[in-house]
Ligand binder design. Structure first.
Ligand code: MN
Length: 352
């Protein structure tokens, strides 16, 4: 996605340099957890090397190419929670493929782990993708075996997410190709790795380019219904909050709006209207508790919920006794609100 052509307007290089530094500082702020001096040094070095390597390149939008690796690294840290090694590899992820920098140089400067990750990312972009689902399944297998280190896939997903967020500047046929590939390949991968938030974003962005009219319609309706949804959820959660407070729980309750893509899918599959799909609300209760108490505490919260609301017996999903194959742990139940509306309640601990 790079070009050596300068943009068709005057560039203020000094201003751009300041903007690059500002974005780099934003990246550093987004890194959570312990920061070691070695980690900080490695990231700083990767930033300098990457700025130098990409300095002649620009994105289709005309922006400096380096904005892309910085943003991919920021997504890795802020939205996936990855650490210094991944941030370093993300900053370097397009250098071996698109610049004069060699894998050997990366290995010498950053060591074997970073080199293996950058190599995996370079190899993935070399694999050609076909749009039928059989091929997609094969390709997913290729991806998973190609990358002994799971961080390769995680950084690849961050890379794809940023490319999807900046798809506006691509030609229409490219947009469609990339959106299809994202939907068939990368969203299922994100799902398999338990990155549900990334998966939803990838699916929504794909739909935005594949079916812009439908996407805009659902988005508008969602915005319109937001106030009603918030009021409903605050009223619904009030007695649950009272019980949690009385029992001394530390918790967080989120009213989770469904993704645009999942609403669209349900409308298609069940042949129903937006209003019928949207009638189903979902909330998530996340408790902060010790690991040895978390299962028992989740069931206690479940009992608070069902003290007030009638659960649907066939809609109980217990993924805390037996987690899903991908490691997902949570307790799901669907209960009836006083207004006759079904509400899905998900209960889990912070660790889960
Ligand atoms: Mn990239």
């Amino acid at each position: 996605m790079s070009t050596v052509q300068p943009p068709p307007y005057e560039i203020d290089l000094e201003k751009e340099r300041e903007e690059i530094i500002a974005r780099y500082k934003g990246l550093l702020r987004s890194i959570r957890g312990d920061r070691t001096p070695e980690g900080a040094r490695m990231i700083r070095k990767a930033f300098n090397i990457s700025v130098e390597a990409h300095k002649e390149q620009r994105r289709k939008s005309g922006e400096p190419y380096i904005y892309h690796p910085i943003e991919v690294a920021r997504i890795c840290a802020a939205e996936i929670g990855l650490g210094a090694t991944s941030v370093t590899a993300a900053l370097l992820h397009d250098t071996v493929e698109d610049t004069d920098l060699t894998l050997e140089e990366v290995r010498e400067m950053f060591g074997e782990t970073v080199a293996v990750i950058v190599d995996g990312l370079t190899k993935i972009s070399g694999v050609q993708f076909q749009t039928d689902s059989m091929q997609a399944e094969n390709f997913r297998k290729v991806l998973l075996t190609l990358s002994q280190d799971v961080r390769v896939i995680l950084i690849k997903l961050a890379d794809r997410l940023h490319n999807m967020r900046t798809l506006d500047n691509m030609a229409r046929d490219k947009q469609l190709k990339i959106a299809s590939e994202t939907l068939f390949l990368y969203a299922p991968l994100a799902h398999r790795l338990g990155l549900y938030n990334i998966k939803n974003q990838l699916e929504d962005l794909s739909l935005k380019y594949k079916e812009p009219d439908i996407y805009n319609e659902i988005e508008t309706k969602l915005k319109k219904g937001e106030a009603v949804r918030k009021r409903f959820i605050s009223r619904f959660t009030l007695p649950i909050k009272e019980s949690l407070d009385k029992e001394g729980f530390t918790y967080e309750i989120k009213g989770r709006p469904k993704s645009i893509h999942s609403i669209y899918n349900k409308m298609l599959k069940k042949n129903v209207t937006f209003e019928e799909v949207y009638d189903v609300f979902a909330i998530r209760i996340i408790i902060d508790t010790k690991q040895e108490l978390e299962k028992a505490d989740c069931w206690r919260v479940y009992s608070f919920v069902t003290d007030y609301y009638q659960p649907s017996p066939d809609r109980l999903r217990d993924w805390i006794s037996t987690p899903k194959a991908n490691g997902y742990e949570s307790l799901h139940t669907t209960v009836m609100s006083p207004g006759g509306r079904w509400v899905e309640v998900q209960i889990r601990s912070k660790r889960m």
